[in-house]
Design a protein around this ligand. Structure first.
Ligand SMILES: NC(=O)c1ccc[n+]([C@@H]2O[C@H](COP(=O)([O-])OP(=O)(O)OC[C@H]3O[C@@H](n4cnc5c(N)ncnc54)[C@H](O)[C@@H]3O)[C@@H](O)[C@H]2O)c1
Length: 377
């Protein structure tokens, strides 16, 4: 089988490598020739690493690399079975790629986008045959991250999501189907992990060190502040802002001024040496927090997360199994959020949110209908 990849940056090169390791022939195209050669050297480096860690035999590594071709024109993809686009996150640029691509590929070639924040349905509207178009959202880095979200546009042929699911699973990944909704599954459901943590910090109720410590005590590999510093505040703020705007400015997704200030200052996190933490100084961690503070911080954040996960299922965006798998594989949560909610007791989660709602009189704390229903059971 033959895959075309358009845009050979961080995501495109990783996706190409995944497909090549699964036996597909891969044609990588990028409008920037330097990006094409950079992609080949990054793939070779990554394959060598997998071989040295004995995750891949040297023979399979050589064979996989031999199946990847950097090409100077999209024409080379004329007989591709599928093409995945991974260029810059801009609607106009993506649409013009799809228009050009449809002139090159066969009418049955599947065309996919790796967008993380744009409407798949809006992108599909650029195609003459939108029924063959779909979102295939890999996580960064594609070679290591197990999760892939598969997002049909409203124009997509009804049989395509399952076909894609099979292909992606044959590439060794877990593919979950999601409705075309802002943030899809993970980038929607995980928002409160960041936003509620920042809110607690903005109110002066606890420091980033304390909040990170509390969440790690509950099994998260990184606390929200360390994680935002790691992701980069430019990226994390952009995702929050785009989900908020796309949901018609629903206040539960509202970005925070504290994070905006970091972006404005250029304190983008680890990559700049400073974010919520200052990496030029020795980091002072917390080793104990008062019980009542620990309980209230954890319950606020986890209750907001459970509410969002239940709402996502209630609105038919994905299944119960998918929402729990998505956070475990996409953001490394120690447990699924529905599983966590049941363990804490859904009524307890409702009580926490109702108390916050009555205290603050803010919409962000509203309990979704699905959660009220579950709490009654
Ligand atoms: N980086 C992430 O964490 C991540 C995760 C999931 C999805 N995504 C999505 O994947 C896509 C690519 O992201 P990335 O991080 O790999 O970006 P990147 O900047 O690393 O790579 C983009 C590549 O596209 C090329 N390009 C730009 N316009 C082009 C065009 N018209 N034709 C051909 N090539 C073109 C650029 O030269 C560049 O090499 C975006 O839609 C992004 O939202 C990114």
């Amino acid at each position: 089988m033959k895959l075309g990849v358009i845009g050979s940056g961080a995501m495109g090169s990783g996706i190409g490598q995944v497909a090549a390791m699964a036996g597909w022939e891969v044609y990588l195209y990028d409008s920037n020739p330097e990006a094409r050669s950079r992609a080949l050297s990054q793939i070779s480096e990554s394959i060598n690493k997998l071989v040295s860690k004995q995750k891949l035999t040297p023979e399979l590594g050589v064979a996989a690399f031999g199946r990847i071709y950097a090409c100077e024109q999209m024409q080379t993809m004329a007989d591709a079975d599928m093409v995945i686009e991974a260029i810059v996150e801009q609607v106009a640029a993506k649409k013009s790629v799809f228009e050009a691509l449809e002139q090159v590929v066969s009418p049955t070639c599947i065309i996919a986008t790796n967008t993380s924040s744009l409407s798949v349905t809006a992108l599909a509207s650029a195609l003459q045959h939108p029924e063959r178009f779909i979102g295939i959202h890999f996580f960064n880095p594609p070679v290591l991250m197990k999760l892939v979200e598969v997002i049909p546009a409203i124009q997509t042929d009804a049989t395509l999501p399952m076909r894609i699911q099979k292909i992606i699973e044959s590439w060794g990944k877990t593919a979950l189907i999601a409705k075309d909704t802002p943030g899809f599954i993970v980038n929607k459901v995980a928002r409160p992990f960041y936003s509620e943590a920042i809110r607690i910090y903005e109110e002066g109720l606890a420091s980033p060190q304390e909040i990170d410590f509390i969440m790690m005590q509950h099994g998260f590999k990184m606390g929200p502040f360390a994680l935002m510093d790691f992701i980069g505040h430019d990226v994390n703020y952009f995702v929050t802002e785009s989900v908020w705007k796309a949901f018609y400015y629903d206040s539960k997704y509202k970005p925070s001024l504290a994070q905006l200030k970091l972006v404005e200052a250029g304190y983008l996190g680890r990559k700049k040496g400073r974010g919520f933490y200052d990496y030029s100084q020795e980091l002072v961690s917390v080793s104990a927090v008062e019980d009542s503070l620990s309980k209230s911080v954890f319950m606020r954040i986890i209750s907001m997360l459970v509410n969002e996960a239940v709402d996502t299922v209630y609105l038919g965006i994905c299944t119960e199994e998918a929402v729990d798998l998505a956070v475990k594989l996409g953001v490394n949560y120690p447990k699924g959020l529905l599983e966590w909610g049941h363990e804490l007791g859904m009524q307890q989660v409702v009580n926490t949110l109702d108390e916050l709602y009555h205290f603050y009189h803010e919409e962000r704390y509203r309990v979704c209908a699905g959660l009220r229903n579950l709490a009654k059971l």
